[in-house]
Design a protein around this ligand. Structure first.
Ligand SMILES: Cc1cc2nc3c(=O)[nH]c(=O)nc-3n(C[C@H](O)[C@H](O)[C@H](O)COP(=O)(O)O)c2cc1C
Length: 388
């Protein structure tokens, strides 16, 4: 396993997780990578590590450039184990190295992960001279853990952004101009939606903190390194974190006997007649992590469930639980609930309640239809949307 030079004396020494398909519930259909970077300077510096199970691959790539015993500094931009898990394995090779982590939370928490090692805390404005180069630390708390930080190298104009701007995308290629642009941007959007959407304010702060930096390369902690499309990924992050949505709708439902499904189709029809593009998703066929990705840039959301044993269907509950956790709590997002029922029909109000808990504005009274909808009832649905 060889290191890949991304700039003179700066190497990607990460690992590729080709077969990763589930990252704590986020479906990662294209795998991922855990990117680490080795800087050869007067002080040899390793930026981030990798999941513990990939430690041999990481050490192999480092060893293709230098003996890991020579590492002086390890920068831990984020404590989560996919980036920090190989710290003990690396420290076994270079026991005198110093580990830099963000203050206060990184420094406070890291001993619970890796015991008593040689930790140094850094804060906003701190920098570390490593020889010809300097590393400046930019804490980005809650993007997406309390200890998260970016590390910037002004001499090289590289931002080591850890989870920021990352994508779960496994590839033997390392740079944005080498891979398919729409796949790359879709995976960056999916990553933002599933990991960072609830931290929009923190993302905005992070963007402001980097606005005055000259950044030619964003060396991410996952996936592909940005060098050609730096402006584009910054522009998209600005859109995503400010809830700059399109006048488009997403309709999500489950259905046992197709009645709620019929309603869903006439909801899409109503949006289409109104000139609002809408996409329809059956929760039996679609993964919630794909649906929140679609939701990210759409203004309208309609969620439907028939009543099952006095409740909404578990698939719908799961989707709403996930959405509520990630929700940007944006009042400009417009929502409503719908569903078919047999007698009590409790599911529809439950769905509406969860949409309120997501922080959305309820745009339409919920739509309830007893048993199988008639043609007239279905036409009424699309007309209600059209006339709103
Ligand atoms: C196992 C089961 C449990 C149900 N429980 C309820 C219930 O508690 N309350 C209710 O109003 N309807 C209940 N229903 C009726 C369905 O909500 C009704 O048939 C509805 O039209 C189904 O919509 P769908 O075709 O979208 O699945 C139940 C149906 C089934 C099959």
């Amino acid at each position: 396993m060889k290191a890949i030079e991304i700039k003179k004396d700066i190497y990607w020494v990460g690992v590729i997780d080709w077969n990763l398909r589930n990252f704590h519930g986020y479906r990662t259909g294209r795998g991922s990578s855990y990117n680490a970077y080795l800087i050869i300077d007067e002080k040899i510096t390793l930026i981030d590590t990798a999941k513990e199970s990939f430690k041999d691959e990481l050490l192999d790539r480092i060893s293709s450039i230098i003996d890991p015993a020579k590492i002086d500094y390890i920068i831990c931009n984020h404590l989560e184990q996919d980036h920090s898990g190989s710290i003990p394995a690396v420290m076994e090779k270079c026991p005198h190295a110093e580990i830099y982590t963000c203050m206060p939370n990184g420094l406070k928490n890291i001993p619970k992960f890796y015991g008593d090692l040689n930790y140094k805390g850094v804060k906003a404005g701190d920098s570390l001279n490593i020889g010809k180069r300097t590393l400046q630390f930019l804490p980005v708390p809650m993007l997406h853990w309390p200890d998260s930080m970016f590390t910037y190298c002004p001499e090289e104009q590289i931002l080591f952004s850890n989870d920021g701007f990352g994508q779960h995308l496994a590839s033997s290629l390392r740079f944005d101009d080498e891979v398919d642009y729409s796949t790359l941007m879709y995976e960056a959007k999916k990553y933002y939606a599933n990991i960072l959407m609830l931290y929009g304010r923190q993302a905005e702060t992070a963007l402001k903190a980097t606005a005055n930096l000259d950044i030619k390369i964003i060396a991410t902690g996952h996936g592909i390194i940005w060098r050609k499309y730096v402006k584009e990924i910054f522009a998209n992050y600005t859109k995503w974190c400010t809830n700059d949505v399109e006048d488009e709708a997403i309709v999500v439902y489950d259905s046992m006997w197709h009645s709620t499904e019929k309603m869903a189709k006439f909801i899409v029809e109503g949006f289409a007649q109104k000139g609002i593009p809408a996409q329809l998703y059956d929760l039996k066929e679609n993964h919630i992590s794909d649906l929140v990705t679609e939701f990210l840039t759409r203004k309208y959301i309609a969620v439907g469930s028939p009543t099952l044993n006095n409740n909404m269907m578990p698939t719908v509950a799961s989707f709403l639980c996930y959405l509520k956790g990630l929700s940007p709590k944006d009042k400009n997002r417009l929502a409503f609930a719908f569903g078919s029922y047999g007698w009590g029909g409790q599911s529809i109000a439950q769905v509406e309640e969860e949409l309120k808990n997501c922080g959305f504005t309820i745009w339409l009274d919920n739509m309830r239809i007893k048993n199988i909808p008639t043609k007239d009832e279905l036409l009424q649905i699309s007309e209600t949307i059209l006339n709103k």
